[in-house]
Design a protein around this ligand. Structure first.
Ligand SMILES: *Cc1c(COP(=O)(O)O)cnc(C)c1O
Length: 355
């Protein structure tokens, strides 16, 4: 690796965040949600770091689940979208994988399971993405109960607005009455509900984004929640330009200097996963000192203001997000959320695991 860009992943922070999330829901077990390659952090590395503490791992790709089993992970593993075809039910039985069941099309596959499988029936309590309608649940549970190889792990649902002012009230009022008298374990809370709605903790919580140190809330940073950033994207200054007032930087001349300026050109662009739409002034840290983005992000480069940083120059390291630059702030400046930035780190960016 010679191009001076890297993404550091701090697995100790992920451990801290998992254990911290557990403290928030002390009566519950917690799936470590590691879908999307552990939100871009590397599912194998993250699973290895949590192997001795995690109650279970939740993800989508059966290939990743098999990889975790091959690593020797014995904890429960759950497929959050369940089997995508009958063949996956066979694989679930072979590797002792649990899976959501969210639609009637999956029932015949489960009925033909060649060995024991655990399923987590999912209720659509208002998000209208996956799950059975509340009125369908009893019938589905009866069908599953008639399948000798199938056992039920828990009934689950997923919240659409646990992270904003709408909260979970309406969905909870739909979901909670269904559970009475079933005698089945329950799982509902994502990171946001884990923080703000303890009544929804139940038997299993499902923290995802908080494990990686990012807040699920638009109005609170991860650090304010007691989380530690687990990802630092950084790249070095590879050129310096000295601008006179009136000169512009980059494509579209989107930034024009209103005074003499020093600009650092950094080896990171949108082809690395940095959002092209990030605006002027999006925070960065140059050798640890706060500064901001100037001009339009290119494919392979971006520009930052070095005017107040006389010691900075070629070779200076620019943190684009991480412990010193909240990913939530960068995401907001690009009109998105930290989740998307983490997941969009390009394969060409080397991943480094300092812990
Ligand atoms: C992704 C996901 C989670 C985790 O959500 P976060 O907001 O990242 O905590 C929980 N449950 C389901 C079903 C999910 O798909």
């Amino acid at each position: 690796m010679t191009r001076p860009i890297r993404v550091e992943i701090f697995v100790d922070a992920i451990r801290h965040n998992y254990l911290f999330a557990k403290q928030k829901a002390p009566q519950s077990r917690a799936w470590a949600v590691v879908k999307a390659d552990a939100y871009g952090h590397g599912v194998r590395r993250v699973a290895a770091a949590l192997a001795d503490v995690a109650d279970g791992f939740a993800l989508l790709n059966i290939e990743d689940a098999i990889a975790l089993r091959a690593m020797g992970i014995a904890a429960p593993i759950m497929l959050l979208e369940g089997p995508f075809d009958a063949g996956e039910v066979k694989t679930m039985a072979e590797h002792r994988l649990s899976g959501a069941v969210h639609g009637v099309h999956q029932l015949p596959w489960l009925a033909a399971a060649p060995g024991p499988v655990e399923v987590w029936p999912k209720v659509n309590s208002g998000m209208n993405r996956l799950g059975f309608r509340p009125a369908e649940l009893a019938g589905v549970l009866a069908e599953l109960a008639a399948m000798p190889q199938v056992r039920i792990g828990a009934v689950m649902t997923h919240f659409a607005t646990a992270d904003d002012t709408a909260g979970v009230e309406e969905q909870w009022a739909t979901f909670e009455p269904l559970l009475r008298g079933l005698g089945l374990p329950v799982s509902a809370a994502n990171s946001a509900a884990l923080w703000d709605f303890p009544a929804t903790h139940c038997d299993w919580v499902r923290p995802g984004i908080c494990l990686y140190g990012c807040s699920p809330f638009a109005d609170r940073l991860g650090a304010e929640l007691g989380l530690k950033a687990a990802m630092r994207l950084s790249a070095d200054v590879i050129a310096v330009q000295t601008l006179a007032a009136g000169e512009a930087v980059g494509y579209g001349r989107r930034f024009i200097a209103d005074k003499p300026m020093r600009i650092g050109i950094v080896a990171c662009g949108y082809a690395d996963g940095y959002p092209r739409v990030a605006g002027n002034g999006t925070p960065v840290a140059v050798d640890g000192v706060p500064s901001g983005l100037v001009g339009r992000v290119s494919m392979d480069m971006l520009a930052v203001d070095l005017s107040d940083l006389p010691a900075a120059g070629v070779g200076s390291t620019v943190e684009l997000w991480g412990p010193n630059v909240p990913i939530e702030t960068v995401a907001a400046s690009a009109g998105t959320i930290g989740y998307e930035l983490m997941c969009a780190i390009a394969p060409r960016v080397p991943r480094v695991y300092p812990d």
